[in-house]
Design a protein around this ligand. Sequence first.
Ligand SMILES: Nc1ncnc2c1ncn2[C@@H]1O[C@H](COP(=O)(O)OP(=O)(O)OP(=O)(O)O)[C@@H](O)[C@H]1O
Ligand SMILES: [Mg+2]
Length: 266
Amino acid sequence: MIDQLNISLNNNTDAATPVISVEHMFKSFGANHVLIDFNMQLYKGENLVVLGKSGSGKSVLIKCIIGLLEQDSGAIDVLGNDVQNLDEKELDELRAKVGFLFQSNALYDSMTVRENLEFPLRRHWIKLTAAETDAKVKDVLENVGLAHTIDMMPAELSGGMRKRIALARTLILDPEIMLYDEPTTGLDPITAKEISELIVTMGEKYNTSSIIISHDMNCIRMTADRIVMLIDGCCYAQGTFTELEQNNDPLVKQFFQQWQSKLSIT
Ligand SMILES: Nc1ncnc2c1ncn2[C@@H]1O[C@H](COP(=O)(O)OP(=O)(O)OP(=O)(O)O)[C@@H](O)[C@H]1O
Ligand SMILES: [Mg+2]
């Protein structure tokens, strides 16, 4: 295994209160050892990016955090809960506090935008009057800049708009933590920039702590308070964007060089 780099933590984080803690986590699929003694903390109020190549285990990590997959060993603590030992009801309660923006958005194609946004409220038995529900739907839609789409179907929306609606559907539950899986993949650069900005502004507005999984360096630069680099199954390096960008380790450099050479062409 490669030695982990010793890059300092960003002092902006509140070190006393990790809202997610992953310790000595192992996860394999048969002979495919995806996560090998992986360690990571998400601190209250921070935007943490997990950066890694395709197939490095980023989605597996996030799925274990939300209890969709089970780790082989090691501990995952989310908001004081040992995820592996929660029953279905407890997991459900936790998932209301941890919003998950899927790579695919996972909107319901047969429902209008309004119905898509009402769905999580019903699903989590949140008791609101019709007027309160209406106000909540309109409020969250306004926050993502799409008030006018309330009666539209997902098929009528662009990729960027669908991503915003998926984000609104997650935010409507007022989550404490947001997990974003590749939020800008498949979007054009301008839309990707808008979504990155929205991640930051919504984080501030809804007071969330976030894990953002990405290999879009522009998105990472805009959103990350701190970056964890997932290489060969473990947390290979961590630090701020600038700290890692200036690091001379060849594996760390690889990620930044490609991005820098693209910048110099455009
Ligand atoms: N349910 C599963 N069963 C078997 N293998 C799996 C399963 N889910 C993921 N894997 C394997 O785990 C490894 C990591 O997959 P993962 O989806 O986490 O990658 P990733 O880092 O999210 O990649 P990408 O950037 O392409 O989304 C891959 O080798 C994948 O084939
Ligand atoms: Mg993935």
